[in-house]
Unconditional design. Sequence first.
Length: 205
Amino acid sequence: MAASGAYIAAMGADHIVARRNSLVGSIGVIFQFPNVTDLLKNVGVKMEDIKSSPLKAAPNGYEPTSPEARAAINALVVDSYDWFKGLVAERRALSDAKLAAVTDGRVFTGHQGLELQLVDELGDERTARAWLSREKGVPESLRTRTWSSKTVGDEFGWLRGSASWLLSAVGLQEAAQLVSRIARGALERTQLDGLLALWHPQIGS
């Protein structure tokens, strides 16, 4: 799969090889956040804060999102989207019409991506090795290293933190402490600088 953030990474290559049924594209930006306002009302919890300005830590999920906060986040999304589209246009040498056809957020198969100029060739690792050997003089026998994460689910440390807070709010202190410890460990391993790029296959109702 080379969609969304993975496609950004792929565009750093001089030649993109995809499998026939790979998922590519997902060129767009999304900002999601939970809002637990009604849940807190049901359990009798009210979140209060003191902050320097109205848009500090907004949206926060504990109160209805203000029009001003929504506009600020929308501006962030639009700016990031413009950067993403510009990167695609530059790296893939697409005309305005072709760019518009591939930047509406949808995903494509590798076969579709080839026709749309999102990828350069269909194949697998052997295909990529052959291209490197032919075009760059890289020996096909050169060893490659396969990397994979040793942990699964750590990217949701923020969710565990929210769960810990809610458990504490309804009196489940021991469960809250356990979740909090897990969340802190996850956060230490997954801190990021900047926006997180990902492909989310199911968004909606």
